[in-house]
Design a protein around this ligand. Structure first.
Ligand code: SF4
Length: 444
């Protein structure tokens, strides 16, 4: 008789490898029109992540799958900022994220009562919740950056895990080898990732290796205990077109690929983060290279912004890049708002950024042939052909804005809108096929 004890199954990847389909895998399968076994297989080998902290599951969160063959997920960033601390405004943004179809909320709070805000968010939202513990570390430990120790940083990660955070951006890949490449080869915009720049500063001042890299196994133990998905942060993502696909970005991506394998071996789910700013013609190759170097781990992308000069309209420059990146393999898009590079977004910016990103994700899903992705578009076509406006609102990604604009400008001719009025092409052709009078005379 064997005296060996069976390993405890905690994470989605643990269960998947043991051949077990969890309720979360079933939920993802149902929503994505996939067989539960399709999901289990891909969770087992890391191609799909289901970021769902065991604490958040107990509070009733919905399960979302991120990865191969699934619909592209969309994240909204918000959180209390030191320069503009207004919790009520941040709760408005949470409501917009939930009402307008975000899949995840990243709480990037970095000042004041971050833990209270985070815990309440996890209590109340059914969406995936992500954080960047490095943003919170200085406030949480009440110490300046360079006085923070490895134990301090890990204590913050543990606090976020205990609170129920589903995925954490941790910049594990920026090690001494990557910073050497960065310093030797140079860049126009240096390091533009907030967490990455803090770690780079910490490493340069203390002379130590990145603790999240050096003690990666310890980090994995915390993540495993709560089933926190590690979102491997790309500290060296390009901050301008000039830096994209350079030696520094690629050197870090190679490190991230190695860390993916170590995380999976420890039963921890992983996503990998990506650019940034990138010219349109470079995006598809970057997505393919990431999938290759990171062993098909789900790719979580910010933009990429396809030009550096769209200031004030960066939700559009990012959505163009987002559609290309998602149709070329990215699995998860972080929204970008019109306030990007300018200021903390307000509630309207959040809505505009979310809708631009949702459109990019949806357009990519149609191109990727995600099951049933086009159903609503085909229903919209039918509703438009019948000039059935109520049916159109039911198909729209943002029915509120569409209906409001339509009603602000009442049409004189029934069924049409003020764009063409009586010369409505749909109405004219419907009348031809119905055999009814086409009432268009000289007076029209
Ligand atoms: S009036 Fe013009 S824009 Fe409006 S529904 Fe008819 S064809 Fe479309």
């Amino acid at each position: 008789m064997s005296t060996q004890t069976e390993p405890t199954l905690v994470t989605q990847i643990d269960f998947a490898r043991a051949g077990q389909i969890t309720p979360q895998m079933k939920e993802v399968a149902e929503r994505e029109h996939r067989d539960p076994e399709y999901i289990r297989e891909r969770v087992a080998d890391g191609r799909i992540a289901i970021p769902a902290n065991i604490v958040h599951i107990k509070k009733g969160m919905r399960a979302f799958g991120v990865g191969e063959g699934l619909s592209t997920k969309v994240n909204v960033n918000l959180g209390i900022s030191g320069d503009k601390a207004d919790a009520a405004e941040e709760w408005k943004k949470v409501k917009i994220a939930e009402d307008f179809g975000a899949d995840a909320i990243m709480d990037l709070s970095n000042s004041g009562k971050t833990r209270q805000f985070r815990q309440q968010l996890i209590d109340e939202t059914p969406l995936m919740v992500g954080t960047v513990p490095m943003y919170d570390a200085i406030g949480y430990m009440e110490k300046p950056l360079v006085k923070l120790t490895k134990d301090d940083l890990f204590e913050v990660v543990r606090a976020h895990a205990e609170d129920g955070v589903d995925f954490m951006t941790i910049h594990c890949g920026i090690n001494k080898s990557v910073t050497k490449t960065f310093k030797e080869t140079g860049r126009l915009m240096n390091i533009v990732s907030r967490g990455g720049s803090l770690l780079f500063g910490w490493m340069e001042v203390t002379g130590n290796e990145n603790p999240f890299y050096e003690y990666f196994d310890e980090l994995l133990e915390i993540c495993h205990e709560y089933d926190v998905t590690i979102s491997l942060g790309d500290s060296c993502r390009p901050g301008c077109l000039y830096d994209s696909n350079d030696a520094t970005e690629t050197a870090e991506m190679i490190e991230l690929g190695k860390l993916c394998k170590r995380a999976w071996a420890a039963g921890v789910q992983v996503m990998v983060e990506g650019p940034g700013h990138m010219a349109l013609d470079e995006i598809a190759a970057n997505m393919k290279l990431q999938k290759r170097l990171c062993h098909n781990a789900p790719f979580y992308v910010l933009g990429p912004l396809v030009t550096d000069i769209g200031v004030g309209y960066d939700h559009i420059t990012a959505a163009i890049g987002g559609a290309i990146s998602a149709s070329s393999g990215a699995d998860f898009l972080c929204y970008v708002t019109p306030a990007e590079h300018l200021c903390l977004p307000n509630a309207q910016d959040v809505l505009d950024g979310l809708m631009a990103t949702k459109i990019a994700a949806h357009a990519a899903d149609i191109a990727k042939k995600v099951p049933h992705a086009r159903d609503m578009d085909d229903k919209m076509g039918q509703a438009r052909r019948k000039l059935d406006w109520d049916a159109m609102w039911k198909c729209a990604l943002d029915p509120v804005t569409g209906k409001k604009r339509y009603e602000e400008s009442p049409a004189a001719t029934e069924g049409t809108c003020t764009m063409c009025g009586k010369m409505c092409a749909v109405r004219t052709v419907n009348k031809v096929f119905e055999g009814t009078t086409i009432d268009l005379g000289m007076e029209d």
